[in-house]
Design a binder for this molecule. Structure first.
Ligand code: ADP
Length: 388
């Protein structure tokens, strides 16, 4: 704890508003302040009206109030200061303040109290009160800075997302032209020019095709969270049928076995659920080891969410990459080893987080992976039955 005497110097002069009807007591307090090293400019008031006027017209650095004023209720003084100037420290001075009453006063908003026969403590109490006020304002400032930064970050993220959306959307049209005309060139002229020309046409067509997939995936990524999606109850068994259909040729080529036992309904957009399952099952088949892939999809209820797991017997992932792989364009292999553009898991993460869920992987290199993610079981306003 910092020593009160080491604290930053108080304002000089210290503006004190002193509520006291006894001139002698007021003088004793001023004397205690002088002795305690304060250059204080004290405004002494006796009545409620004067006190309120001063508080409004010349807000002081500190308020000292006699607890035993006969004219008005001391709780009202506290209330007034707290309402009008919540940040000004208020020190009560009392001839007889019992401990219980002191606690009540502090609960009601007094910063501290001293007894009239212990006025020598007043400077120390004031220093501590000013120090605490300073700390509070620093904390508040730090909170405001943080809130502003969070705000700026959210705005710049939104700008980036808008940019990615517009760019990927608008790139589609010229890209369609490039793809169509390289295809046309290949159809009309392959075999009619020299060997190099055929090779170059092949590269151009492949490049255009890859860029189409990339732009399509980027668009899918930046569409998540935009309008056009509606949440409702989605039966994951039906979605699974569609996903298996879409992945049929990869499953067949690799002799994969994909099992799923009685999947639940979740509260989400149907396309989103399909995107997650298709990416995860597609990866489980793609990143296979020497054995044919064995993939299992399951779900388990946890509170208002279903926790899904998609496990495989593939090449696995070293734990140090477990977080990186969910970042856009992060891949652990060359495209020649395993095709892909590194957007699939980023799409899954963005969708799951859109529903306030989580996605993660449990894996070791060489011994298969289990991807887990959560989705809501019910809509936000729906009541969940006690037992399911
Ligand atoms: P892509 O599949 O296009 O490479 P993803 O974003 O879907 O992109 O995956 C990112 C990376 O995570 C992959 O390149 C791969 O290295 C790793 N990965 C994803 N799923 C698996 C899996 N089931 N087994 C092993 N590695 C995986």
């Amino acid at each position: 704890m910092s020593d009160i005497n080491d604290l930053a110097p108080p304002p000089s002069p210290l503006r004190v508003l002193h509520l006291e009807d006894d001139k002698l007591d007021a003088e004793l307090a001023a004397e205690a302040l002088r002795k305690g090293g304060f250059a204080a400019s004290v405004v002494l008031v006796e009545t409620e009206g004067e006190f309120e006027r001063q508080l409004r017209s010349q807000p002081p650095d500190i308020v000292i109030a006699d607890y035993n004023l006969p004219l008005w209720n001391r709780m009202e003084v506290l209330d007034l200061v707290r309402r009008k100037s919540p940040d000004i420290p208020l020190i009560l001075v009392s001839g007889s303040l019992k401990d219980v009453t002191a606690v009540e006063c502090i609960k009601a908003g007094a910063t501290d109290y001293v007894s009239k026969d212990g006025l020598a403590r007043l400077p120390q109490v004031i220093r501590r009160a000013l120090h605490e006020k300073h700390q509070r304002s620093l904390r508040l400032q730090a909170e405001e800075d943080l809130a502003r930064k969070v705000d700026e970050l959210a705005r710049s993220n939104a700008d980036l997302e808008q940019f990615a959306y517009v760019a990927s959307h608008d790139l589609q049209e010229p890209l369609r032209m490039v793809t169509a005309y390289t295809q046309l060139l290949a159809e009309r002229y392959s075999g009619k020019l020299d060997e190099n020309a055929d090779k170059f046409l092949g590269y151009a067509s492949e490049g255009a095709r890859r860029m189409q997939v990339l732009v399509h995936d980027l668009l899918a990524f930046s569409r998540i969270g935009r309008n056009g999606f509606t949440s409702g109850s989605v039966d994951c068994n039906t979605v699974m049928q569609e996903v298996l259909q879409a992945l049929a040729s990869a499953i067949q080529e690799s002799s994969a076995v994909v099992t799923h036992a009685g999947l639940p309904a979740v509260w989400a957009d149907r396309t989103h659920v399909a995107q997650i399952l298709q990416n995860l099952i597609g990866n489980a088949v793609k990143f296979r080891g020497k054995e044919p892939p064995v993939v299992s999809v399951q779900a388990e209820k946890t509170g208002r969410q279903w926790r899904f797991s998609v496990s495989d017997n593939g090449i696995g992932i070293a734990p140090e990459y477990a977080e990186n792989i969910f970042v856009v364009f992060q891949r652990l292999h060359a495209r020649s080893e395993y095709p892909g553009n590194g957007i699939g898991l980023a799409i899954c993460k963005k969708i799951v987080e859109h529903y306030h869920g989580k996605i993660w992987v449990e894996s070791q290199a060489g011994s298969g992976s289990t991807f887990k993610f959560t989705l809501p079981s019910h809509g936000p306003d729906e009541r969940v039955p006690e037992r399911l």
